[in-house]
Design a binder for this molecule. Structure first.
Ligand SMILES: [Zn+2]
Length: 239
């Protein structure tokens, strides 16, 4: 027999599947929480990537093995949504490249804090793969790390496209972010003002909890893949 709490979780997962089914402009917003299930260290810990970033320090020794970090079931659930036309846009605070590695199309993704594997041109803002070895952009500008350090402005295009999609969304799903860093944290607000439903999957509290139409504290990997499977059934798609 199932526990009462499991039943409640199942109900909520069903609700999320239904919201996705009804949505014409679903937008996802991800933070570090989606990647901890890939074995990445606590980003906010004393030596966490973000803690170091906020102090203007490069990522710690962990960075050397980032290439070996693989996307997890949460990342792949979002890719599945992309395949069935249920992802209009993905906004991410993560720099770990796991969304692109999992197969998210570049044009559907905004990386608000940059990407560890990419360089950005200081003149035209184009990004390029670090492995290319190039240090000069075809436009003549110089290529520097695309990762945004504390106090630096966020990439303009990524930011404006993210706000645009937040305002167009009818369903805004937050996955693994505590929504405390602005301007990213303003985006759920834009979505709510546009009349969107707000769903939050995060293990810690967020300032938007009382406004969420559905709130999950359960692990992302135990919610998102199941919701996508239920959605596919609703859409008449079979695995
Ligand atoms: Zn350039």
């Amino acid at each position: 027999m199932k526990h009462a709490s499991d039943k409640k979780t199942d109900q909520k997962i069903k609700g999320l599947a239904q919201y996705l089914y009804e949505s014409e402009h679903p937008v996802f917003f991800t933070g570090a929480g989606i990647s901890t299930e890939s074995g990445l260290p606590d980003f906010r810990g004393p030596n966490g990537v973000w803690t170091r970033r906020d102090k203007g320090l490069p990522p710690g020794p962990m960075a050397a093995s980032w290439d070996s970090v693989e996307p997890n079931s949460g990342h792949y659930a979002i890719v599945e949504l992309q395949k069935i036309g249920k992802l209009k846009f993905l906004i991410s605070q993560n720099v770990d490249n796991l969304h692109l590695k999992s197969g998210i199309r570049l044009e559907l993704l905004a990386e608000l804090h940059g990407n560890m594997t990419k360089l950005r041109c200081t003149r035209c803002q184009q990004t390029t793969d670090q492995v290319s070895g190039k240090r000069i952009c075809p436009c003549g500008g110089s290529l520097v790390s695309s990762v945004v350090n504390f106090g630096e402005p966020l990439p303009e295009r990524d930011l404006s496209v993210s706000f645009e999609h937040s305002q167009k969304s009818d369903l805004f799903v937050v996955v693994g972010s505590s929504l405390v860093v602005t301007p990213a944290a303003d985006m759920p607000n834009e979505a709510l003002m546009a009349g969107a439903r707000l769903v939050i999957l995060n293990q810690g509290e967020t300032p938007f909890d009382s406004q969420a139409h559905l709130r999950f504290f359960e692990p992302i990997g135990e919610v998102l893949p199941k919701a996508v499977r239920k959605l596919k059934r609703l859409m008449g798609l079979f695995e």
